[in-house]
Design a protein around this ligand. Structure first.
Ligand code: IDP
Ligand code: MG
Length: 162
């Protein structure tokens, strides 16, 4: 099933010069890049992005991380990829959440680290399911910024799938 996935190169990825390597890994025949932009990340945007995790003990740390406080970087690179099983594919390319457990050949396994404060600095965000992807794409992009926006957003909804 065709679907869209939001991928973010987080501040550690920008700081370490990983834009090229990350984009290269997502440049596969199975994924079409339909949106891309630099975005300034306010605390409010980071909190909205991670609203599902607001009760986690590491919530404050990941807000600081995504909004660039940990790395001194205020912007991230945000992409939308579209294709068959785009979320599963994008997550596989990223690797497991914990960089120490991630496949060493994945982005997180190759480039991620755990900070001394225990934050998983894992270079990229990838949507976890189709419903989250739709919410995140609306949060980060205006419809005009994503090619075929309404089609991607409504497609799986119309079929009653999330
Ligand atoms: P995901 O990014 O693989 O979907 P989530 O559970 O959505 O993982 O967590 C969001 C982000 O919060 C992770 O990418 C990582 O940066 C951080 N994080 C998740 N779990 C932990 C943890 O147990 N300790 C520290 N940081 C974590
Ligand atoms: Mg997640």
């Amino acid at each position: 099933m065709n679907e869209s996935a939001l991928v973010i190169i987080k501040p550690d990825g920008i700081q370490r010069g990983l834009i090229g390597p990350v984009l290269d890994r997502y440049d596969t025949p199975f994924l079409r890049l339909v949106g891309i932009k630099m975005a300034k990340v306010t605390r409010a945007l980071a909190a909205a992005h991670y609203e599902q995790l607001r009760n986690k003990p590491f919530f404050e740390e990941i807000i600081n991380y995504l909004s660039g406080k940990l790395n001194g970087i205020g912007s991230v690179l945000v992409m939308v990829y579209y294709g068959d099983q785009a979320i599963k594919r994008c997550r596989a390319i990223a690797g497991a959440t914990n960089p120490e457990e991630a496949n060493p050949r994945s982005i997180r396994g190759a480039f991620g680290r755990i900070t001394t404060k225990g934050v998983y600095e894992n270079v990229v965000h990838v949507s976890s399911n189709a419903k989250e992807a739709r919410r995140e794409i609306r949060l980060w992009f205006t419809p005009a910024e994503v090619r075929g926006f309404s089609q991607h957003i409504q497609q799986s909804k119309a079929k009653g799938r999330s």
